[in-house]
Design a protein around this ligand. Structure first.
Ligand code: ADP
Ligand code: MG
Length: 685
């Protein structure tokens, strides 16, 4: 067995499990090994009911007491069970698990693990996990890896498969030299791989993670350097002039550009008319109005008789851009001939689109990655804009160049990062900053609350809906995962429906839905046939529904502040007062203080840096700050130090052996080739 062996050859992995792994993009044993845990859980010894602290995840050993009580609220089945020990009693509530009233024996002792809540002097737990004493004993006092699961796949099954793969595969060859490892204080690749899955202790875990994060950043930066060399000083094959169309477009807009927008538009115009090809990043906080700038550039391109492409990270976002642009076309911006090109279109629709793109009949192509697939032949592609997806990579650029296309590149990012990091991460781009929000904005009102506030929050959402507004509710996971006491989109939606008036339309959205379903839901939300949208962070990037005024985030303690800030950016986009409700299940002071930072500032840079100050390295597992950079394990904020180290290592190597020709770099060269070959969709390259 080696890393290319299909997972089905592992013992215990049958056809069913293979399909589940496939859903997680795991096909080979190698894929499985680089499926790193999402976080680690330390199962403490069970406590008594009397000692269980509210707001904390804990395990309680107690006996089932009294007759379970069942009821139904619309489609939701609710089961209440009382449990007790010598120190007190507690009520457990289960949703849609009617079978439990039979499986839990009267008077039997079990371990119930969940978050204790209080209602007055009364303690309760919702949807706890149930263990026998024996099962629980095996889990205590270790760092247990938790994987991002999919329904039907248990954490245990993943652990078992990984254990087997680790012992059956020959060790991976070390691709850095010994001196390199010493210089950068890194441990061996094989050790790191074992320890990331099954760490002996926190110290080992931190070291393993550092190595893997370093690898990821190193490969990224190395390939980016190639990109820079490839595109630096590339001659402008599509020199453009400003025409009356952009001026007319600005008159069509219901608002004047901010000063920052005007400045950046000037920079873009200059680039596109200059002797060298544009390679520019527009950085600007959420809501700073970057879309308009992209449109201006695309419009100038069309007016000069060329084609432009706008790439978005999701179909939902692509469809939204298409709608916005079609609106401007209807209002008279007729030089634009937009076309949508996304993966979920039928083969026939795609074929027709390809035809219109090849003939030049369409001059603005809006879509996702499908856009740059080799099947697409452009007539004269002069500009590629990527939105909320920070890289247009060397691979993509090379693919186009092979077809004779050397377009201008414009990258738009809302990820707030300090200048030092920006220079490392965007070393191949010129940077423009939109450092001003439109003036018509009312500041968003925020509150940080515990779960007992939910009832009020729901009343508030009802009130806003009655006033004609819409709301988002964010949950950290898609569906119930093993070992988890986090809110999930699917069950939460049902709960919420039973708690809001029946005439309020509630729907859900998450990343695992079919693209066409996602698009439909987003369209309905934008058209206001849906009032409340329960979603994962898929809506974090770019969605623009100015009528939405409430953003409620469940398990807010699970998110990095930079990410919460991005979520907050989905409201406050129109003229109405907007509100954010951050619900924390943990009530300890530390968590509350951290979340309060969101109250102090609306500045993404400031928020991200404060968050880091308050945390230790052990706190960072399982929390990602940036959704936009799609690193597998590294996080530009949490791992800024490693990023700097990797950058220094790439610089040093580039001085000595930039194309990795020395014999001792053979292994590294092979490794990087593999990474870059696997990264056609490696959005971060
Ligand atoms: P982001 O920078 O997050 O991509 P958008 O481009 O989506 O922001 O803009 C957010 C909202 O602000 C949109 O509804 C847009 O029409 C509006 N907007 C953009 N520029 C201005 C401006 N100068 N004045 C007022 N509203 C603006
Ligand atoms: Mg945007």
């Amino acid at each position: 067995m080696d890393r290319s062996t299909p997972v089905i050859e592992l013992k215990g992995v049958g056809e069913k499990t293979r399909k589940l792994f496939e859903k997680l993009n795991i096909y080979t044993v190698g894929d499985l090994l680089s499926f790193y845990p999402r976080d680690y859980e330390n199962f403490r010894e069970p406590v008594t009911i009397g000692h269980a602290a509210p707001g904390e995840a804990c395990a309680v050993r107690a006996a089932v007491a009294g007759i379970p009580n069942e009821k139904r609220v619309r489609s939701l089945h609710i089961l209440n069970i009382n449990v007790s020990d010598g120190t007190g009693s507690m009520q457990l509530t289960f949703f849609n698990m009617p079978f439990l009233k039979k499986t839990l024996r009267q008077g039997g002792y079990y371990i119930f693990r969940g978050t204790v809540q209080t209602r007055g002097s009364f303690k309760l737990m919702e949807q706890p996990k149930i263990y026998s004493m024996e099962e629980y004993g095996k889990l205590t006092n270790r760092l247990n890896p938790r994987y991002s699961l999919t329904k039907g796949l248990t954490n245990q099954a993943v652990q078992k498969a990984i254990k087997q793969a680790l012992s059956a595969c020959p060790p991976e060859e070390e691709f850095y030299g010994e001196e390199f490892l010493r210089t950068y204080g890194l441990e061996g690749t094989e050790e790191a791989l074992h320890a990331i899955h099954f760490p002996a202790d926190m110290e080992q875990l931190i070291r393993a993670r550092q190595r893997l994060v370093f690898d990821e950043f190193f490969a990224f930066l190395f390939l980016m350097r190639r990109n820079r060399e490839f595109s630096e000083g590339m001659e402008n094959s599509y020199p453009m002039f400003e025409t009356a169309d952009t001026v007319r477009f600005l008159e069509l807009l219901p608002f004047p550009l901010t000063r920052a927008q005007k400045r950046v538009w000037g920079e873009i115009r200059n680039d596109m008319g200059s002797p060298v090809c544009m390679n520019r990043l527009i950085q600007g906080d959420v809501g700073s109005g970057k879309t308009v700038l992209a449109l201006l550039a695309l419009l100038m391109t069309a007016a000069n008789g060329f084609q432009g492409a706008l790439m978005a990270p999701t179909e939902v976002l692509a469809a939204q851009h298409f709608e916005t642009i079609s609106g401007y076309v209807r209002k008279g911006c007729t030089v634009l001939k937009p076309i949508l090109l996304v993966g979920s279109m039928t083969a026939r629709e795609k074929k027709e689109a390809y035809g219109r793109i090849a003939s030049g009949e369409a001059n603005l192509i809006i879509g996702t990655h499908a856009l740059i697939q080799s099947k697409v032949e452009y007539k004269s592609l002069a500009l590629v804009v990527t939105d909320e997806q920070h890289r247009f990579g060397v691979r993509q650029r090379e693919l186009l160049a092979e077809k004779g296309e050397k377009p201008h590149i414009l990258v738009m990012s809302a990820t707030p990062i300090p200048r030092t990091l920006a220079i490392i991460l965007y070393g191949d781009l010129h940077i423009s900053v939109v450092d001003e929000l439109p003036a018509n904005r009312l500041p968003i009102k925020n509150c940080v609350v515990n779960t007992s506030y939910r009832k009020k929050a729901y009343e508030f959402i009802e009130k806003e809906v009655r006033a004609g507004r819409q709301a988002y509710v964010i949950c950290p996971q898609v569906e119930e995962g093993e070992l988890d006491d986090l809110e999930n989109v699917v069950d939460y939606t049902e709960k919420l429906r039973s708690r809001l008036s029946p005439d309020i339309q509630v729907a859900y959205l998450h990343g695992k839905m079919r693209p066409s379903d996602k698009n439909r839901i987003m369209e309905e939300f934008a058209a206001h046939t849906i009032d409340v949208l329960v979603s994962t962070t898929v809506i974090e990037v770019g969605i623009n529904v100015p009528n939405a005024t409430v953003m409620m985030v469940e398990n807010a303690e699970r998110f990095g502040l930079a990410q919460l800030h991005q979520l907050r950016g989905r409201v406050g986009r129109g003229e109405h007062q907007s509100y954010c409700i951050f619900v924390s299940t943990k009530e300890n002071q530390e968590t509350m203080e951290r979340l309060q930072i969101l109250n102090q500032s609306n500045d993404g840079f400031f928020i991200a840096s404060q968050d880091l100050k308050l945390r230790g390295p052990g706190d960072l597992f399982g929390i990602r700050q940036s959704g936009e950079f799609s690193f597998r394990i590294g996080d530009i904020y949490n791992d800024a130090g490693v990023l700097q180290k990797a950058s220094a290592a790439v610089d040093a190597l580039a001085q000595r052996d930039p194309s990795l020709e020395l014999p001792e770099q053979e292994a590294l060269r092979k490794h990087l080739e593999k990474v870059s070959a696997n990264s056609v969709d490696f959005r971060s390259i």
